[in-house]
Design a protein around this ligand. Structure first.
Ligand SMILES: Cc1ncc(COP(=O)(O)O)c(C=O)c1O
Length: 356
């Protein structure tokens, strides 16, 4: 059955976007490919309001989460975590042989500058965290954290996992001035999965020159050399890139301010609904994600509830990680609209009434 996805990614992809992929294949060393690659980079820079390099790598976002560590860190990082994906980044760094100092913040709470006071040392090569923690629905203020990092060690690189915030919440990249901001196509870009993307600083590229074992696939210097020619390092997912180019036009015509407002409106609608119909939302007040609402289950039998919802043609997401059994998640990002969210919530109301 064809279900409408209100999931946390992959998310719903509009039909016209899927259709935009149906074009003849081109080779990735052709001038047509160069034009496509260049157009995507220019439009992405415009949408995210940045002059930094934008890299595209075939794979899911994790390949560049791994890449930022492999290029920017010879031995030591500081990993900040307030949920499963923060933990994941720490795991990635450790599995790549780096030593990770850790700051663990209670799940449901945002990472704040005070959590890292006196934790960024002279030998901390990079500090990494998740902008929008998808397991808890918490959005941390990356600007403030980055300022605190720089105040303690201006040479520490700043790495932000923006997988579920880029293109939906304003990360203010110029002010943030991070060294790596990583995301993928299957979240707020509302495309099929398959492409990892990254805004990268000159500082990180300079640092990479002295870091050994950057690998081949994740070597940002090799990627940069090709990217400067509007090429990918390895075979890119050309069909997906047709859709990305098409989707970026749609995004720019909506306008980023309107897009950010729409996401905030959807989060308001779900938060109000959760407060009146169930047991409220999980994140602490003031740090709510606008792309993923994490709702407290209370006594709701989520498995049964979700089966009924699926039979009405909608899919949402289970809880994740340590709060898997206490919460469930509604994704509202990409092309999802406030009207669509209201339609989902009416279907959820019907089920709650049937069960009452
Ligand atoms: C915050 C966050 N970081 C990283 C990832 C991993 O992304 P991917 O599966 O595209 O590698 C996810 C996936 O849900 C995520 O939500």
């Amino acid at each position: 059955m064809n279900r409408k996805l209100f999931t946390v990614g992959p998310v719903n992809v509009e039909e016209e976007v899927i259709r935009s992929m149906i074009r003849p294949m081109i080779t990735h060393r052709s001038k047509e490919y160069k034009a496509l690659h260049r157009a995507i980079i220019e439009k992405t820079k415009k949408a995210l309001n940045t002059d930094q390099d934008i890299f595209l790598v075939s794979g899911s976002a994790s390949v560049l989460l791994e890449g930022m560590i492999r290029n920017g860190v010879s031995s030591k990082t500081l990993g900040l975590t307030n949920g499963s994906f923060g933990d994941r980044s720490i795991e990635i760094a450790e599995l790549n042989g780096k030593t990770v100092d850790k700051v663990k913040v209670e799940w449901g709470k945002a990472i704040r500058p005070e959590h890292i006071r006196e934790r960024v040392r002279h030998d901390t090569e990079a500090v990494h965290w998740v902008s929008n923690e998808s397991s808890t629905g918490v959005f941390s203020n990356s600007d403030e954290i980055a300022d605190e990092v720089r105040s303690q060690n201006p040479d520490s690189l700043i790495f932000v996992d923006a997988v579920t915030s880029a293109f939906a919440m304003d990360l203010n990249l110029r002010k943030l001035d991070a060294d790596a901001v990583v995301f993928g196509t299957q979240k707020a870009l509302a495309l099929p999965p398959g492409l990892a993307m990254m805004a990268v600083s000159e500082r990180l590229l300079k640092k990479a020159e002295s870091v050994p074992n950057r690998g081949f696939y994740t070597d940002l210097l090799k990627i940069k050399k090709q990217s400067d020619e509007s090429y990918a390092l390895t075979t890119p997912p050309v069909s997906l890139m047709y859709a990305l180019d098409f989707q970026l036009d749609r995004i720019l015509s909506e306008g980023m301010a309107a897009r950010y407002r729409r996401h905030s409106e959807m989060a308001d609608i779900v938060e109000n609904w959760a407060g009146s119909r169930l047991n409220g939302t999980f994140p602490e007040k003031g740090f709510r994600s606008n792309t993923i609402s994490v709702l407290n289950r209370g006594s709701l039998d989520f498995g049964e509830f979700h089966s009924s919802l699926k039979s009405k043609g909608y899919e949402i997401s289970n809880g994740y990680g340590d709060v898997k059994d206490r919460t469930f998640r509604i994704g509202h990002m990409g092309d999802t609209t406030p009207a669509g969210v209201k339609e989902l919530l009416s279907a959820m109301d019907e089920i709650l009434e049937e069960k009452a």
